[in-house]
Design a binder for this molecule. Sequence first.
Ligand SMILES: Nc1nc2c(ncn2[C@@H]2O[C@H](COP(=O)(O)OP(=O)(O)O)[C@@H](O)[C@H]2O)c(=O)[nH]1
Ligand SMILES: [Mg+2]
Length: 320
Amino acid sequence: MQNLVERLLDGDRRALARMVTLIENDMPVARRYLAELHARAGNAQIVGVTGAPGAGKSTLVTHLVRELRHRERKVGVVAVDPSSPFTGGAILGDRIRMMELAGDPNVFIRSMASRGSVGGLSASTRDVVRAMDAAGYNPIIIETVGTGQAEVEVMRAAQTVLVVTAPGMGDEVQAIKAGILEIADIFVVSKADKPGADQTVAELAMLLSLDPTRRQRDKTTPAWRIPVLKTAAIKDQGIRHVVDAIQEHYAYLVESGMLSQRAQRQVRSEVQALLSHALMNALQQTITEDEWRTLIDDITARERDPYSVASQLQERIGLK
Ligand SMILES: Nc1nc2c(ncn2[C@@H]2O[C@H](COP(=O)(O)OP(=O)(O)O)[C@@H](O)[C@H]2O)c(=O)[nH]1
Ligand SMILES: [Mg+2]
């Protein structure tokens, strides 16, 4: 029998599904497999889709996948579920819609629960993307609700970020607050069959023209003009333009050298994250909860100081 890595690289969907489960359950063997897969990944365009709940992300993603299939692409989708139990119904709706596509052997869809820490979610999402990438899916679309720190973190793994907003949601101001404007490469105004879509497009275009962070930073890099596109998924309108823009953005990233710049930034932050995770683990294993309490009490009572305590702990985990 071939091993899991070989089967995954051969395009065996069950091997990929197994791999994703190993990642989600944080199994130590997953790391070993991922280490082997790394050399074979790096071909996929990773597209993030974010926006408020109800903005129309899942509907858009479903239509994007269909259009990409018409263009004979093999498409991966990772839907990051918000941890809130109140959105359970919406997720079920998403799943049903996405299931229409799930029968297609060239579409691979997985939902990820956002259990655990901010870092944990972005790490496991990145690992799942790496596995799909090595299995030959391209592009890979990540859908997340654009509200919290965790989601913004997840979006950093993407090369192209779509921010979805619907008319009359008042998202524009929210978007600025959440720092979403900074990470957007393409804006999509969904539900253009509803009134107010043109006004939302105009407002966004206005905001973009005002945003100083969007001004060209250095003259050697050509600027990317963030398009504001309208879609009416229900009428299947505007979808092709969005897919065109996604492909144009990738060409832009390659030509401007931004793709390798972004990749290098991501590698640095990934290695740093793995390292700090390992250090925190080492610390946790070396010190019990009782000992923590004693230390904290001593420092609070000013019998000891935080510097020498930290220094002593560093010594214990072999950092000194
Ligand atoms: N009228 C209209 N409704 C839409 C459109 N796209 C999505 N919706 C509806 O908006 C609601 C939320 O859509 P969904 O894709 O689940 O949003 P998400 O929470 O951002 O993933 C659903 O009831 C969709 O049917 C559209 O283009 N036009
Ligand atoms: Mg959704």
